[in-house]
Design a protein around this ligand. Structure first.
Ligand SMILES: [Zn+2]
Ligand SMILES: [Zn+2]
Length: 108
């Protein structure tokens, strides 16, 4: 079975064969269009592929949305996987440990 998607930039078919097999199921991945050399984000929900424009991968701005996580707090995330204002895992752990110490103090 040959998988291909239509490039959202130039409309040509982009062959995905051999590209997605290494990817984890249901993970987005990026592909360079061989016709216009633009980067396309491919949404992969087996067995469907959806091509999305990835302007931020082609010299444009990231498209930030706010994400709120109990572990990392609030930060900005782009659909391409880039993040902004996201604290590191170490920092998140440290904040959690500080919180536990503080809580134990209050209990005593
Ligand atoms: Zn193209
Ligand atoms: Zn982006």
């Amino acid at each position: 079975m040959i998988y291909s998607i239509e490039c959202p930039y130039c409309g040509e078919q982009v062959d995905l064969d051999g590209l997605w097999q290494d990817e984890e199921p249901n993970q987005d991945f990026e592909v360079e269009c061989e016709h216009c050399n633009k980067i396309i984000m491919v949404e992969f929900e087996f067995p469907h592929f959806t091509a999305k424009k990835a302007d931020c991968k082609n010299g444009g701005e990231h498209n930030w949305t706010e994400v709120s996580s109990s572990y990392f707090g609030k930060y900005q995330e782009c659909f391409c996987g880039a993040t902004k204002d996201k604290i590191s895992k170490e920092e998140a752990n440290k904040r959690f440990n500080d919180w536990v110490i503080q809580r134990d103090k209050e209990i005593k």
